[in-house]
Write a protein that binds this ligand. Structure first.
Ligand code: ADP
Ligand code: MG
Length: 320
């Protein structure tokens, strides 16, 4: 039978916008000393908008955006959504692609028919004319990729001085940048802005008042992550963390003696949610995240994390 005090606690939790999937998590919450938040879609709205586009010689913003939108067609990432919306707003004709591939935590890649990359290929600075080094001919199509700075590092490709300056300026404004690559050559960069949720400021303030440290864990670029973290007053930042490494960061904190909660919404967050002493999923998040969590925030409100700790402290003090 369910002990009465826990039953009451669970329904109180429900009234406070929390769905308790694991009662032990609810009890553990009172001892938490560190809360780790995913950034995108958790502390921020996760709804990105395209702010600016820059290109290398011979490419127009429209050409780069149309290619980017083509490759992003089958991606569920917020960045993909923003790029598709921008292309639609500009009435761009978006070519078809083959062989879509998600490069987890880095970007996306696909092949675009050569006739879909027309005006551009004949206009450029000459270097774009070259056949791909692997001996493939242009009739095999062009490989187009869209991804963050981490994708460029992974491919060991430089953006070039112009786009580097563009990215630095965007980063200092707290905007993220993704690059558009054709055949592993950077042809454009897209600056995107996300908005910090109002409730995040209050959530972090409330947790600090309760003596709980707050960290941010994100796959996003360090510049963007630090700009958001500084704004919110977050104590520790783990940036540019690949999806498969997110749970290791939680483990590191645990090995240093902390009792850690993870708050996330994405497929990428699932292993970290499982690893944490208390996994907390944003209700509107992906099914995988919700299924990996002990507590679900039904109202998608980060302030409910502080409420959870408070409720757990209150309820279980009574029990002892
Ligand atoms: P987060 O941890 O912030 O939710 P992800 O792990 O999903 O971020 O992605 C990390 C980074 O990889 C993004 O900030 C972006 O630079 C790049 N990226 C991932 N998916 C895409 C995509 N579909 N299009 C472009 N860039 C992407
Ligand atoms: Mg996320």
């Amino acid at each position: 039978a369910v002990p009465l005090v826990v039953a009451i606690n669970t329904s109180t939790a429900a009234r406070n916008g929390m769905l308790v999937r694991d009662r032990i998590a609810m009890e553990q919450a009172r001892n938490l000393d560190t809360i780790v938040f995913d950034k995108t879609g958790t502390l921020t709205e996760g709804e990105q908008g395209v702010v600016d586009v820059a290109t290398t010689d011979g490419w127009t913003a429209e050409d780069a955006l149309a290619l980017a939108a083509a490759v992003e067609r089958d991606s569920e990432h917020m960045i993909a959504q923003a790029i598709r919306e921008e292309a639609a707003e500009r009435d761009l004709s978006v070519p078809a692609v083959n062989g879509f591939e998600a490069l987890e935590g880095r970007g996306v890649r696909a092949t675009v028919e050569p006739e879909a990359v027309p005006a551009v290929a004949s206009g450029g600075d000459g270097s774009s004319e070259r056949e791909p080094a692997n001996g493939a001919t242009a009739s095999d199509g062009h490989t187009v990729a869209v991804g963050g700075p981490n994708l460029l590092r992974h491919l060991e490709v430089e953006p070039g001085p112009g786009l580097e300056r563009f990215a630095d300026e965007a980063g200092s404004r707290g905007e993220g940048v993704v690059y558009v690559l054709r055949d592993e050559r950077v042809v454009g960069a897209v600056a995107l802005a996300d908005v910090i949720r109002e409730a995040s400021y209050e959530a972090i303030e409330a947790l600090h008042e309760m003596g709980v440290a707050v960290a941010m864990l994100t796959g996003d670029d360090a510049d963007v992550a630090h700009s958001v973290a500084d704004d919110l007053g977050i104590d520790t930042v783990f940036a540019e963390v690949l999806p498969e490494d997110k749970d290791e960061k939680i483990q590191e904190l645990q090995e240093r003696g902390h009792l850690v909660a993870m708050v996330g919404d994405g497929v990428n967050d699932a292993p970290a949610l499982t690893r944490a002493d208390v996994g907390i999923a944003i209700g509107s998040g992906t099914d995988v995240a919700v299924e990996s969590a002990g507590v679900v925030l039904v109202e998608n409100d980060p302030r409910d994390v502080a409420r959870l700790v408070r409720l757990s402290r209150k309820s279980y003090r009574k029990m002892q």
